[in-house]
Design a binder for this molecule. Structure first.
Ligand code: TRP
Ligand code: SF4
Length: 400
């Protein structure tokens, strides 16, 4: 009913590194060629944990957009914007908060985890508890069908789906819905109307998912319907409600996961990261000094790749022949660690070359970045305002 659309965001809390590239950005870059995408800087989300350090947010916001562009997010294909420049996200967050049970937020796994992990920060705040609801507003406001995220975010997407379902249930009632829906069925023409009713019955009585899918496909093809009738017919298939918000799906990153230099998760705060646009010499030095299998004290000691973070880099960066060369050479002490690291150094530098190139014009003229984001803000805002009109009306706030 609503067009397929992708939405995702990142928190501007520091500079981007290769872990972000392999863990998330590569997935975004692929998706932008498949569907319309909106990517945003989640600056309000950053404030939920960095409310006492807002300076880092401003700096990271612009750096992050340059990093996205450098990595290959194409502003002619994707909409790039900043969350706080589309204040409708906050309005939807507020409205959703009215009917969101506290328990839903308290049982989100990241809530308790983060409070424990970031014990040096006071996260017993209203904003932090509301984080996943703000995230729900970010996505639902664009009626997005897909959200590329990492595994840790899947419970947030689950909650979004529940929020959307509950919203449609509470506010998708329309006076005379049943009658209006039946009028709309007639407008399909007698053959299609008959099929629609049969499929609806099959789905509602027997829970046949294929019947639902078939009916939806038929509606997609029915060109002559008005937007309102189309929504009613989609809603009527599944129950007796209009669908105002869309339940999104998580699109997991097939993680070619890149750890940090020490084998732990790559993170700037661990000091084990390679920045997305790190310069060549620094990359070379970092890889050359990165730890290897501790059992290989001398060049003649045999090693075991499974105990070595360099091997994890080979798994991301090297083809099979090189990988075989590493395993054989390491286990037999046939190669030294410096030798083993060279293909990784070369591959990272090769990967980063086009990134440096793409970033250069934006570094030379930062107003280009500002202009891209200004356009994105405007485009996102138009979509958000459209949805908010429906939401306000559904919640009885449509007076003028
Ligand atoms: N919570 C996400 C993270 O920490 C960032 C985020 C905010 C997001 N809003 C979003 C991701 C909406 C996807 C969709 O990584
Ligand atoms: Fe690690 Fe390669 Fe050295 Fe083996 S040879 S310990 S895989 S760096």
């Amino acid at each position: 009913m609503y067009p397929d659309r992708v939405v995702s965001g990142m928190r501007p809390t520091g500079s981007m590194h290769l872990g972000h590239y392999h863990g998330a950005l590569k997935n975004w870059i692929k998706m932008q060629t498949e569907l319309p995408c909106l990517f945003f800087v989640a600056d309000w989300h950053a404030l939920t944990t960095h409310y006492d350090d807002p300076a880092v947010i401003e700096r990271s916001t612009w750096d992050m957009v340059v990093d996205w562009l450098a990595a290959g997010i194409d502003p002619t294909q994707s909409t790039i914007f900043i969350q706080s420049r589309v204040p409708e996200h906050a309005e939807l967050h507020l409205l959703l908060s009215m009917a969101t049970p506290l328990g839903w937020l308290e049982r989100v796994p990241t809530y308790k985890d983060q409070i424990e992990n970031l014990a040096n920060k006071d996260l017993a705040t209203y904003g932090f508890l509301g984080y996943p609801l703000l995230q729900a507003a970010d996505v639902l406001i664009y009626r997005a069908s897909q959200v590329p995220v990492g595994e840790d975010q899947v419970p947030h997407i689950e909650m979004m789906r529940e929020i959307a379902r509950r919203f449609n249930h509470l506010y998708g009632k329309e006076k005379g819905f049943e009658e209006k829906a039946q009028e709309a069925v007639k407008k399909l023409g007698s053959k299609r109307a008959k099929l629609y009713n049969e499929l609806r019955t099959e789905y509602q009585q027997d829970g046949k998912e294929e019947a639902l899918a078939q009916a939806k496909a038929m509606l997609d093809d029915a060109q002559s319907l008005s937007m309102g009738d189309r929504e009613r017919l989609f809603g009527y298939l599944e129950g007796s409600r209009k669908l105002i918000l869309v339940e999104p799906q998580a699109r997991l990153t097939e993680a070619s996961r890149l750890p940090g230099l020490d084998g732990r998760k790559m993170s700037k705060s661990y000091g084990n990261a390679i920045a997305l646009r790190e310069d060549k010499d620094s990359v070379t030095k970092k890889i050359k000094t990165m730890p290897t299998d501790p059992a290989r004290v001398r060049r003649t000691d045999a090693g075991d790749p499974s105990r070595c973070p360099v091997w994890q880099f080979h798994q991301v960066y090297s083809g099979l022949p090189t990988q075989e060369w590493v395993v054989k050479g390491c286990k037999s002490a046939g190669i030294g660690c410096i030798e083993c690291k060279q293909p990784v150094i070369d591959a990272i530098i090769r990967e980063q070359e086009p990134m440096h190139e793409r970033a250069q014009p934006y570094l030379d003229d930062p107003s280009l970045v500002r202009a891209i984001v200004a356009d994105g803000n405007e485009a996102a805002r138009r979509l958000a305002q459209e949805a908010m009109r429906d939401v306000r009306e559904a919640m009885g706030l449509g007076y003028s």
